[in-house]
Design a protein around this ligand. Structure first.
Ligand code: IVH
Length: 683
C-alpha cells in the first residue's frame, strides 16, 4: 500500500480500535466480537511494520512496546499532588464535623444555605498523574513526595482502561489525576493463574497495584490486571474549566476517561451522612476495595477561597469506614469436622475487632490453602472480615514469626499438617485425588458428623425444630441418647428432663416442637436428610418434579437429571445416599414415627400468577419475616433472588430498604409494599 493511503488507513484503524477499547474497558459494553477486534489490530500492526515512519507513541499497538528500564526518571509535578485529611471518626459525626469546619472557614451562619458537595469513593490503590498534550498521553507519573514523582509512562500505557488518546476536543494540556488499582475478581483470577503456573502471587490488591506500576519491565506490568478511575485534575492549559468538580468529572468522562459511577452531588452535612451510609451498604458488593468515601466542596470558586493548610486542601476530606482487616496472633490451629465429614482447618485467634465485630476464629478453608498461606501457631496474621462473610486469614506477617532463637533461623512451630485420622472419631481422613476437601470417612459413626447432621435436620429451613440447638444436640449425642434423626421422635420427657441444665418446662417445649415438626413438606424433608450436594433449592426442585418421596427414591440417574439444575454430581450423591440401607431404615422410621407431608403438591400451583416470577426482598416488612415471605413466594411457584437485576419481576420493600430499592427504581422494576404483595398473592 502506498504511504499516503497507508497513513489514512492507519488513522482510521487507530480511531476505531480506541473506540472499541473505550466501549470494552471503560463502558463495559463491547461493540464487536473479539475476533473482529483482533483483525483490526493485526491490520494496524502490519501497516506499521510496513511503514515504520507511521508509528506513533499513542498507537494502540504500542501499549506494550517499551524495553525494561535501568531505573525510573524523576518527574517534577507542574502542580503538586496533595493528600487529603482523613476523618477517622467513622460515625455520622465525622461528616458533620467536616461540614461545620467548611462553613466556619467560609464565614457562613446557620441562616445560609447548605453547601453542595461532590461525594465519591476513596479508591485504595496508587495515585497517578496522567499528562495529555493535544489529547495524547505523553507522560504518567507517580505521586512520590507530592513535588516529585517517578515517570512510569511505559507501565501506564499497558493499562487498557487508560486512553492513549482522548476523545473529542481535548485542551492543549490536560493533567488527569486518579487511582490505579486492581479489582478483587481480577486479583483472585490473577493469583489463581499464577498458582497454577507455580509463580509468585500478589499479597493484596493494593500492594499488587503499587508493585505493578513500579515494575521496571513494562512486559511484567502488562500482565497485571490494572484498573483506573479518574478523580481530579493537575495542570491544565487552554481549557475553560467547568465551575464545579462534578462537572469536571463529567468532562473527563466525555474525554473517554474512566470515572466511577458511584458518585453524587449532595447537600449539606445530612447529604454527606446519607452518602456515607449508602456506600457502606454497597461496599461489599463493589468489585474493588475502598476504605472510605471522599467529600469535596463542589464549587471550584469555593475550593479556591478555602485553600490549603500545609499539604492538605481545606475543601476535601476522606471519611473512613471501620477497617475490614486487622492484625492479630494465632493461638492454635484446629480442625473442624462438618456434616458431610469435611475437615476444615481453623485458626484460633487472639480476639480482635474487625469489620464491626470481635473475631476469635478464622477459617483456613482447606489443607491446600492452609499450606499455601503457611499459617503457624504464634504467627501474626492479617484477618479479614468483609460484610457477613466468614472471617478469613489473608496472610502471615512473616517478619514477625517467632523463631527458636533470638537470631532468626528456624521457626518455633512446624507447618500445619492435616491429621491422618479424624480428631473426633479416629476414622481415617481421606482426600480424593481430584478434590481439595479432605473428609472423615466415619460417616454417621463419627459423633461430629452425627451432631452436624442432627442440627441440619432440625434447622429452621429443614424440619424447623425450635430449641434443638448446639448444646442440646451435643448432650444428646454424647450421652448416646440419640444416634439418628429418627431417635428424636422416640425421646421421652424423663430422659430429656434428666439432662444437665434442662428444666422440665423447656423439655416439654422441645418435645412439643419435635411433635410439631412432624407435619412438614416434602421439600423440607428431602433437604433435612442432608444428602451431599442437595441444598434447599435442589430439594425444592426434586419435590416439585416428583411430587412424592417414593418417586424420588426410585428415580434412576436419567430421571434425576431431568430435574432442573440436577447434574451428574447431584444424581451420584443421591444414588449413594439411597443405596445405603441404613439411610432407608432411618427414613422408614421417620415415616413410622408420624413424619408426614402432603404428597403430590407439585401441580397445585400451576395456575398461580407467581409461577416463573423472580422476587427480591429488601428491608423490614411490617408483619412478615423474610423467611415467611420467601416461603409464601416459593409455595406459589415464584423464585426469590438475592440481588436486583433486569430479570427481577418484583421487589418487595419494607422499612429501611437500602441499595436494592435504589437499584429497582433505577431499573424500573415493580416495587411492592407488604400490602400490595399480599394482594398479588391472593387476588
Ligand atoms: S482527591 C487535593 N479523590 O487518596 C485532593 N483522592 O490523600 C487530592 N484517593 O493517595 C486527592 N480516592 O490517590 C481524591 N476520590 C478520590 C480519591 C483519592 C482515593 C487517594 C489519592 C491519595 C489519597 C489522598
Amino acid at each position: 500500500m502506498p504511504l499516503c493511503e497507508a497513513a489514512a488507513r492507519v488513522e482510521v484503524l487507530r480511531r476505531e480500535i480506541e473506540q472499541h477499547n473505550h466501549a470494552y474497558y471503560v463502558l463495559d459494553r463491547p461493540t464487536i466480537p473479539d475476533a473482529e477486534y483482533d483483525k483490526l489490530f493485526r491490520e494496524l500492526q502490519a501497516l506499521e511494520t510496513e511503514h515504520p515512519q507511521l508509528l506513533t507513541v499513542d498507537s494502540p499497538t504500542q501499549r506494550v512496546g517499551g524495553k525494561p528500564l535501568p531505573e525510573f526518571v524523576q518527574v517534577r509535578h507542574a502542580v503538586p499532588m496533595l493528600s487529603i485529611r482523613t476523618e477517622t471518626d467513622t460515625e455520622p459525626t465525622g461528616a458533620r464535623a467536616f461540614d461545620a469546619r467548611v462553613r466556619r472557614e467560609l464565614g457562613l451562619s446557620e441562616a445560609d444555605a447548605a453547601i453542595d458537595y461532590a461525594a465519591e469513593l476513596k479508591f485504595d490503590g496508587l495515585a497517578i498523574n496522567l499528562r495529555y498534550e493535544d489529547g495524547v498521553l505523553i507522560q504518567a507519573a507517580t505521586r512520590g513526595d507530592g513535588e516529585t514523582g517517578e515517570d512510569v509512562t511505559q507501565n501506564i500505557r499497558t493499562v487498557q482502561r487508560i486512553p492513549l488518546r482522548l476523545k473529542g476536543d481535548a485542551p492543549p494540556v490536560l493533567e488527569v489525576r486518579g487511582e490505579i488499582f486492581i479489582s478483587r475478581p481480577d486479583f483472585e483470577r490473577y493469583n489463581q493463574k499464577q498458582r497454577a503456573l507455580g509463580r509468585a502471587t500478589l499479597v493484596n490488591p493494593r500492594n499488587g497495584a503499587a508493585g505493578s506500576i513500579r515494575q521496571l519491565d513494562p512486559a511484567m506490568a502488562a500482565e497485571r490486571p490494572l484498573s483506573f478511575y479518574a478523580y481530579g485534575l493537575g495542570e491544565t492549559q487552554g481549557w475553560v474549566l467547568p465551575d464545579c468538580h462534578s462537572a469536571v468529572l463529567d468532562a473527563l468522562a466525555a474525554f473517554g476517561l474512566p470515572v466511577c459511577e458511584h458518585r453524587a452531588v449532595v447537600q449539606g452535612a445530612e447529604g454527606l451522612v446519607a452518602f456515607h451510609a449508602h456506600i457502606r451498604d454497597l461496599r461489599d458488593a463493589l468489585p474493588f476495595d475502598i476504605d472510605g468515601v471522599v467529600y469535596k466542596v463542589n464549587a471550584l470558586a469555593l475550593q479556591q477561597r478555602l485553600g490549603f493548610v500545609t499539604r492538605e486542601p481545606r475543601w476535601a476530606v476522606a471519611h473512613k469506614y471501620p477497617a475490614e482487616e486487622a492484625l492479630t496472633t494465632v493461638e492454635a490451629i484446629e480442625v473442624q469436622v462438618g456434616r458431610t465429614g469435611a475437615i476444615t482447618p481453623v485458626a484460633r485467634l487472639a480476639p480482635v475487632f474487625v469489620g464491626g465485630v470481635t473475631v476469635t476464629n478464622a477459617t483456613l478453608h482447606n489443607e491446600a490453602e492452609a499450606r499455601r498461606k503457611d499459617v503457624r501457631v504464634g504467627d501474626t496474621v492479617i484477618v479479614r472480615r468483609a460484610g457477613d462473610v466468614i472471617p478469613e486469614v489473608v496472610s502471615v506477617v512473616i517478619d514477625k514469626r517467632p523463631t527458636k532463637d533470638l537470631f532468626g533461623g528456624e521457626p518455633l512451630h512446624a507447618a500445619f499438617e492435616l491429621p491422618k485420622t479424624c480428631p473426633v472419631c479416629g476414622s481415617a481422613v481421606e482426600r480424593p485425588e481430584d478434590e481439595v476437601i479432605a473428609r472423615c470417612t466415619g460417616g454417621l459413626f463419627c459423633p461430629a458428623q452425627r451432631k452436624q447432621a442432627l442440627l441440619h435436620f432440625a434447622g429452621r429451613r429443614a424440619m424447623d425444630i425450635e430449641g434443638l440447638g448446639d448444646k442440646l444436640v451435643e448432650q444428646l449425642v454424647d450421652a448416646a441418647i440419640i444416634r439418628t434423626p429418627a431417635d428424636l421422635y422416640k425421646l421421652g420427657l424423663v430422659k430429656l428432663a434428666n439432662l444437665e441444665r434442662m428444666a422440665e418446662k423447656s423439655a416439654t417445649n422441645i418435645l412439643a416442637a419435635i411433635d410439631k415438626s412432624k407435619a412438614t413438606t416434602l421439600a423440607r424433608f428431602i433437604f433435612a436428610l442432608g444428602i451431599r450436594n442437595v441444598g434447599e433449592a435442589t430439594a425444592k426442585d426434586l419435590a416439585r418434579h416428583f411430587g412424592n418421596l417414593d418417586a424420588v427414591m426410585r428415580a434412576d440417574n436419567d430421571r434425576l437429571q431431568q430435574v432442573p439444575d440436577v447434574g451428574p454430581v447431584v444424581a451420584a450423591s443421591m444414588a449413594r445416599f439411597f443405596a445405603e440401607p441404613h439411610n432407608i431404615e432411618v427414613i422408614e422410621q421417620l415415616r413410622a414415627a408420624g413424619v408426614n407431608w402432603p404428597e403430590g403438591e407439585s401441580s397445585a400451583k400451576l395456575s398461580s400468577p407467581l409461577v416463573g416470577k423472580t422476587f427480591v426482598l429488601t428491608g423490614t416488612l411490617p408483619t412478615l419475616t423474610r423467611d415467611e415471605a420467601k416461603d409464601m413466594i416459593e409455595a406459589l411457584g415464584g423464585k426469590v433472588a438475592g440481588s436486583v437485576s433486569k430479570k427481577t419481576d418484583y421487589v418487595v420493600a419494607g422499612a429501611e430498604a437500602g441499595s436494592k430499592l435504589d437499584k429497582a427504581q433505577a431499573l424500573g422494576v415493580n416495587i411492592l409494599d407488604e400490602k400490595q404483595f399480599r394482594e398479588l398473592i391472593s387476588p
